[in-house]
Design a protein around this ligand. Sequence first.
Ligand code: MD3
Ligand code: FE
Length: 221
Amino acid sequence: MGAALQGDLFATAAPALPPGIALLRGHFGPADSRGLLDDMADVLAAAPPYRLRLKSGAFMINRLTNCGALGWHSDEKGYRYIDRHPGTGAPWPPIPARLKQAAIAAAEACGVAGFDPDACLVNLYAADGRMNLHQDHDEADFGWPIVSFSFGNDGIFALGGGRRRDRVQPLALRHGDVLVMHGPGRMLFHGVKKIVPGTAPAAHPAIPPEGRLNLTFRRAA
Ligand code: MD3
Ligand code: FE
């Protein structure tokens, strides 16, 4: 093999993901994606996305909502799962059957049997959306995975280690991608650095214009 070609291969090879993090690149094709997004549009109508207010009084940059028996929320009492939309006072809408089944199937494809999500956190990123580095630790049993679906513009995801100071590796999460965090991957620090304009293959009413939609399926209780 010529040196130049070998150099190219090394330059373009995707960096290996740590154990417990599985990326199913382009898992959902255009038709599947559209069907799942149509279901999400119904969820967004029943449970309007809202901004969390921080203790400082400032508002978080992304909007969020939930479906499932429980939904992630934060207020003066701190971060936790609650059973109602704080604005409407109504129970969160159920996780649409196709979405729930797709999350279970994605977990199974990564070797996890018996995943039964009771919460789906819906994060809506505008063009300037981002998410600070954090761990997800409000769930009852970290033995269950988190399954993430991405739609819309690419998000430049930052995947770190078990400590906040560990170095992070960038990873583009694209329309139709699925990421599964399990076992040694479950408690890694992670965040979203930026949204890349013009990278979404198609617009959809459930995706913020020029933005990104991320769904994370969790076992909260
Ligand atoms: C890696 N959301 O909602 S999804 C979150 O793109 C969240 O909206 C991001 O982090 C987003 O909490 C990332 C992918 C993800 C979710 C949970 C993880 C990656 C993870 C937990 C451990 C390690
Ligand atoms: Fe997270």
